[in-house]
Design a protein around this ligand. Structure first.
Ligand SMILES: C[S@@+](CC[C@H](N)C(=O)[O-])C[C@H]1O[C@@H](n2cnc3c(N)ncnc32)[C@H](O)[C@@H]1O
Length: 478
């Protein structure tokens, strides 16, 4: 675990190059201390940034000058050989270029200008592309498995695309491997910030220590404005507009500011001393958080759960497929309800009631019952077809947590062997089938696989809970 002490050299280097958490007090030994400090938050991202004093909403908490942002442009401006090499491969995507640049810079070792930053990057990641076959299957739900396969395929294709460039550039052979590429692309995926001049974004030393909090719900999109009750008073409408301004603000808590030529981070809310200061990286479902960042949120207002939907339901309305989902709390999305109401209407009558369905109104009691029955039946079918129940997943997570708590590697592996079921499959996949092998196996590798497996089980459990909540709500309504 790295804390402020072990990050001392990074914070000093960052201060020397203009990063500061203070508007008016330049500090020499650390870029932090006036507004923020590095701290450890075991349940919300591990290493992160905490408030060292009361922070007001909207206050500037960190500023990083453009010159310290690691981008394809900043690296190639400094290194003519790199610049020439990239020019020979104009068809590479901006993300491929930045990923390559990161490996190229790391290959320089301590002589790299960025070394004080690079040496503190995480050693491993849990994004979907790093999931092995076992962890992928543990997701259980087809579209999640498919997203994992797609992510892995994309990483491999991107890597193949830079093979020539890697060989020409003479970067260390261990940095040319797919394993190294996966690490570098996970670094880019989970740590870059948006900049207007490069689609791949930038790596911002210290600024990339902010952990994530989700922006709240769908409150600033057309669907909710549409569903706003027509009998609301003027005051209600003003309140809604206020909320919308707040949620828009929540999406802009950090950004590159051209006039300051710096990345600036603002407190998205007021924080008490010691509280973790969080950043919203954007609006993501749990599957997307897993794909790009390697974690998920137990409570995610932006999560979406999809179930198979028959073709005639898509055909009975004009809602796009991706808008037909169930919220984490079990409520069907506005579009899903509307589409089901139209589908449950006789085709000859759909035109006549379309305006009501699209505005979110119920069409009739009978129609509503058909909709609720469809939801209940289909959620049940999905749940029954999944290989494990919520209770089994809960038990599995308890056992995984017990194993993770074990400090002595031998104990970890032996305990793993005492659990049956999916644990046996997990051990087999990791090449451990008997006690002797358990003792010799690398516990670091096992722990990493265990972390990813746990994420997969957590994801499928939240998926199932949303469906159960959906069924519960429907039964109460019908
Ligand atoms: C930009 S980094 C944040 C700093 C990071 N914790 C570190 O030690 O360098 C993003 C990564 O932090 C972790 N993270 C951020 N927010 C999190 C959260 N709310 N819960 C769990 N992990 C989180 C994830 O591993 C994510 O990929």
């Amino acid at each position: 675990m790295e804390t402020e002490g072990s990050l001392g050299s990074l914070l000093r280097w960052a201060a020397d190059h203009g990063i500061s958490d203070s508007v008016d007090q330049p500090t020499s030994h650390s870029c932090l201390g006036h507004s923020l400090c590095v701290s450890f938050f075991p349940d919300t991202g591990g290493r992160g940034l905490a408030a060292v004093r009361q922070l007001k909403k909207g206050e500037l908490v960190l500023r990083a000058p453009k010159s310290i942002l690691l981008t394809t442009q900043s690296l190639s401006l400094e290194d003519e050989k790199l610049d020439m090499a990239l020019k020979r491969y104009p068809s590479l995507s901006s993300t491929q270029k930045l990923t390559f640049c990161l490996l190229y810079e790391i290959s320089k070792g301590p002589s790299s200008w960025w070394f004080p930053y690079l040496k503190h990057l995480p050693q491993s990641y849990d994004i979907l592309a790093t999931f092995g076959e076992f962890e992928k299957q543990a997701l259980q739900v087809d579209y999640a498995i498919w997203a994992t396969e797609k992510a892995a395929l994309k990483s491999r294709t991107d890597w193949r695309g830079v093979e020539g460039l890697m060989q020409e550039s003479n970067i260390k052979s261990q940095l040319q491997t797919f394993k190294a590429w996966l690490w570098a692309s996970a670094t880019i995926s989970s740590r870059t910030l948006y900049v207007p001049w490069d689609e791949a974004g930038c790596l911002c030393p210290v600024g990339d220590l902010f952990n994530y909090a989700a922006p709240e719900g769908e409150s600033f999109n057309a669907v909710d404005v549409l569903s706003f009750p027509s009998h609301a008073s003027l005051n209600d409408e003003l309140e809604l507009l206020e909320e919308q301004r707040d949620s828009q603000w929540a999406l802009t808590d950090g950004g590159f500011e051209e006039n300051a030529s710096a990345y600036c981070f603002y407190a998205r809310e007021s924080y008490r001393k010691g509280e973790q200061v969080l950043l919203s990286y954007g609006t993501y479902t749990n599957l997307e958080l897993l794909e790009y960042y390697g974690f998920l949120l137990q409570e995610n207002p932006n999560d979406k759960v999809f179930i198979p939907i028959e073709h005639d339901i898509y055909g009975s309305s004009s809602w796009p497929k991706e808008s037909l989902y169930i919220h984490q709390n079990g409520n069907p999305s506005f579009a899903l309800l509307s589409a089901l109401r139209l589908w449950a209407t006789h085709p000859n009558k759909r035109r006549g009631v379309g305006h009501l369905a699209y505005a979110g109104s119920q069409l009739s009691v009978k129609n509503e019952i058909l909709v609720m029955q469809w939801l209940s039946k289909n959620c049940h079918t999905v749940l029954n077809n999944l290989p494990t129940s919520i209770e089994e997943d809960n038990q599995l997570l308890c056992n995984i947590a017990k194993v993770q708590d074990l400090q002595v590697p031998r104990e970890l592996q032996k305990t793993l062997l005492t659990y049956g079921g999916e644990f046996c499959a997990f051990l087999e996949t990791n090449g451990v089938v008997n006690r002797d092998e358990a003792e010799s196996h690398s516990s670091q590798k096992l722990k990493r696989s265990l972390d990813r497996w746990k994420l997969a089980v957590q994801w499928r459990l939240l998926y199932k809970k949303a469906l159960v909540d959906c069924i519960g709500k429907k039964i109460r309504m019908v």
